[in-house]
Write a protein that binds this ligand. Structure first.
Ligand code: RIB
Ligand code: CA
Length: 303
């Protein structure tokens, strides 16, 4: 089993990624760290606790960053994830609370305690990871692997024509992570937009005798409505965050290329991720995905 810290901004596809990871025997999710992004930090932390309760899983949750490294007012994507971050399906206050230790210190302490063992899967803005590597640079050589959902390296963005949501929410954080020497694999829109969950899956989930499956179906239906608005006729939604988990489970789902990656921090292209060969730490960029193989695996594991 691969010990994993899952860094989330629980939103709808984060919730799908949490369920996929917790139902996969290859991974041991030792902790979840939360970040602002799809909703404010209070909501993403609550949502993570709610999802764990719905799944009947006990995993410690550590709250993290509530804002980006460099100024700016965050507008939350309520049109995509709903007012509450889970498609307006939050129906309870979770019984459990987040741990007293913060996300950044948790990441640092676990990586130092288990050198070369921990895989960090980050599927929100990279603020927690950037703060951790700034506070304790040595973790860059102690983490086994960092798999991030973010970026649009050889394709268009989904917030601006240039930038993907996790990166544009905190470009400075992404720039710190990509230039830190952390062993990063980027699972960007280049591949995640090719992993579409079909609407029919929700009917199958609703036929299951599981409260969690019905909750996930209702939540994901909201997400699919948003996709239909922005991509008429798409007939489903992208499995952005679940694919990052999938790459941790089975790297053969994707083809990777080695690049250096810089993040544009100024001007119209702020948040753009540019692959180059002009020196700097090497990053694994996912360029192709076995979409059908991955989707079949995801659907076989999620519930
Ligand atoms: O661009 C998609 C990413 O932004 C996903 O991680 C989604 O949850 C949002 O955080
Ligand atoms: Ca996310």
């Amino acid at each position: 089993m691969k010990p994993v810290i899952l860094d989330v901004d629980t939103g709808i596809d984060d919730a799908l990624a949490i369920a996929y990871a917790l139902n996969s025997p290859e991974l041991e999710v030792i902790g979840l760290t939360t970040c602002f992004g799809n909703a404010p930090i209070e909501s993403t932390t609550r949502n993570t606790l709610v999802v764990l309760e719905k799944l009947g899983k006990m995993v410690p949750v550590y709250a993290g960053a509530d804002k980006q490294l460099k100024g700016g007012l965050k507008k939350y994507p309520t049109h995509v994830h709903g007012e509450d971050g889970l498609g307006n399906q939050v129906d309870r206050t979770p019984e459990k609370r987040a741990e007293s230790e913060g996300a950044v210190d948790y990441i640092i302490n676990q990586v130092i305690k288990q050198p070369q063992e921990i895989t960090i899967i980050a599927v929100g803005p990279l603020t927690n990871l950037a703060l951790a590597v700034k506070k304790e640079p040595e973790i860059a050589s102690l983490v086994k692997e960092v798999i991030i959902m973010g970026g649009a390296v050889f394709t268009a963005g989904n917030v601006t024509p240039y930038s993907e949501a996790n990166i544009i929410t905190d470009p400075e954080a992404a720039d710190i992570v990509f230039s830190s020497g952390l062993p990063v694999t980027i699972v960007g829109l280049d591949v995640t937009m090719k992993t579409l969950l079909p609407r029919e899956a929700l009917t199958d989930w609703r036929d299951l005798k599981r409260d969690a499956a019905h909750f996930f179906a209702d939540m994901t239906s909201f997400y699919m409505q948003s996709y239909e608005t922005h991509h008429p006729g798409i007939g489903g939604c992208a499995l952005h965050d679940p694919l990052a988990v999938g790459v941790a489970i089975d790297p053969s789902f994707v083809k990777k290329e080695e690049w250096s990656v810089k993040v544009v921090l100024e001007g119209e292209e702020r948040g753009r991720t540019i692959a180059h060969t002009e020196g700097g730490p090497k990053i694994q960029v996912c360029t192709h995905v076995k979409s059908e193989t991955f989707l079949k695996h995801f659907l076989g594991r999620i519930f």
